[in-house]
Design a protein around this ligand. Structure first.
Ligand code: NAD
Ligand code: TYD
Length: 334
């Protein structure tokens, strides 16, 4: 299967832009059509350095069927990263999550059905499984989302799989674990804590700080998605896990150590409602197709801290805009 023209939806976001760069660097013949609404989380800065001759950018909404169909025309595959992605925002209001993460996915699989697109990869999350006290989730485990974000992602996944079973649309799903690295919007814990530390602002740690996430470096997430896209089978789900389980408090200490800031910046705050205690994934199914995460945890965090230290131009303008209002609403009363 040759995939020469690939539609990447949400390609101006954190992982999507990493995937655009990954494709262009790995496959000299690939042309990327990048379709992104440029919401608060989308940022053209994330792809401004890619070769414009091999990258067509379209500003559009996945909730708009005609726009999606038009962008997909002539593409061999579509890889969907477009989503509302932040759990805390989904707790404040979930309507946009349903528009993008459920209706948007329906539009993508419906356009792929009409256009007979060769591959449809839906990027999803380990959060659809819910929380696990011990052991690791496998792809055969049932989904049990517990917050509005993960519920909307599960809704999109189920619609995608229904289109595979009903119409034969070649849908593949990946479920990645918590991802970190350069270009991540600073509402998520890793870039929020790094940039707050760099600004000598408190790090708002939820609850007892002992919730566990399994950290995956952004390039490893991208290579995992690409492996599933090329070697995976339609109708199948593949977990992508970093294999780096850490309690939030450990992560916080690491960030303070690397930024050279004092522990006194840690500010325990009221827990997130419905906060999933632990996520852990088994990625043997994708590993059987040849994928391996390449980034070591210590090195990955050090690189990430270094990137935010060196690229204040990227995040300072974000944090001085709409973000300020969000931060106030989210943290002021905690
Ligand atoms: P992000 O929030 O950084 O980027 C999302 C992108 O989607 C933005 O560029 C935004 O403009 C775009 N977008 C939002 N709504 C849109 C719409 N209606 N139409 C078109 N574009 C729209 O997100 P991310 O962290 O890069 O996540 C990308 C994907 O990976 C998501 O599907 C997310 O569920 C999944 N995922 C993320 C993580 C993580 O830790 N960040 C882990 C597992 C899975
Ligand atoms: P987050 O980056 O929002 O990702 P997710 O909820 O999708 O896993 O949060 C990661 C972990 O960090 C999660 O256990 C919640 C915690 N957290 C804090 O302690 N403080 C914060 O300000 C944020 C945003 C998250």
């Amino acid at each position: 299967m040759t995939l020469q023209r690939i539609l990447v939806t949400g390609g101006a976001g954190f992982i999507g832009s990493g995937f655009v760069r990954y494709l262009l660097e790995t496959y000299p013949d690939v042309h990327v059509v990048n379709f992104d609404k440029l919401t608060y989380a989308g940022n053209f800065d994330n792809v401004k350095d890619v070769d414009p001759a091999r990258h067509t950018f379209i500003q559009g909404d996945v909730a708009d069927f005609d726009a999606v169909r038009q962008a997909m025309e002539g593409c061999d595959a579509v890889v969907n990263f477009a989503a509302e992605t932040h759990v805390d925002r989904s707790i404040m209001g979930a309507a946009e999550f349903i528009d993008t993460d459920v209706k948007g996915v329906h539009n993508i699989v419906e356009a792929a059905r009409v256009l007979e697109t060769e591959r449809v990869l839906l990027v999803s999350t380990d959060e659809v499984y819910g929380s696990i006290a011990e052991g690791q989730f496998r792809e055969t485990d049932p989904v049990g989302p517990r917050n509005p974000y993960s519920a909307s992602k599960a809704g999109g996944e189920l619609m995608g799989m229904a289109f595979h079973h009903t119409f034969g649309v070649p849908v593949i799903i990946t479920r990645g674990s918590n991802t970190y690295g350069p270009y991540q919007y600073p509402e998520k814990v890793m870039p929020l804590f790094i940039t707050n530390a760099l600004e000598d602002e408190p790090l708002p740690l939820y609850g007892d700080g002992k919730n566990v996430r399994d950290w995956l470096y952004v390039e490893d997430h991208c290579s995992g998605v690409d492996c599933a896209l090329r070697k995976g089978a339609p109708g199948e789900v593949y977990n992508i896990a970093g294999g780096n389980e850490r309690e939030n408090i450990e992560l916080t200490h690491k960030i303070l150590e690397l930024t050279g800031k004092p522990e006194s910046l840690i500010k325990p705050v009221t827990d997130r409602p419905g906060h999933d205690r632990r996520y852990a994934l088994n990625a043997d199914k994708l590993k059987a197709l040849g994928w391996r995460p390449a980034m070591d945890w210590e090195e990955g965090v050090a690189r990430t801290v270094e990137w935010y230290t060196d690229n204040r131009w990227w995040w300072e303008k974000i944090k001085s805009g709409e973000f300020k209002e969000y931060y106030k609403r989210q943290y002021e009363s905690r």
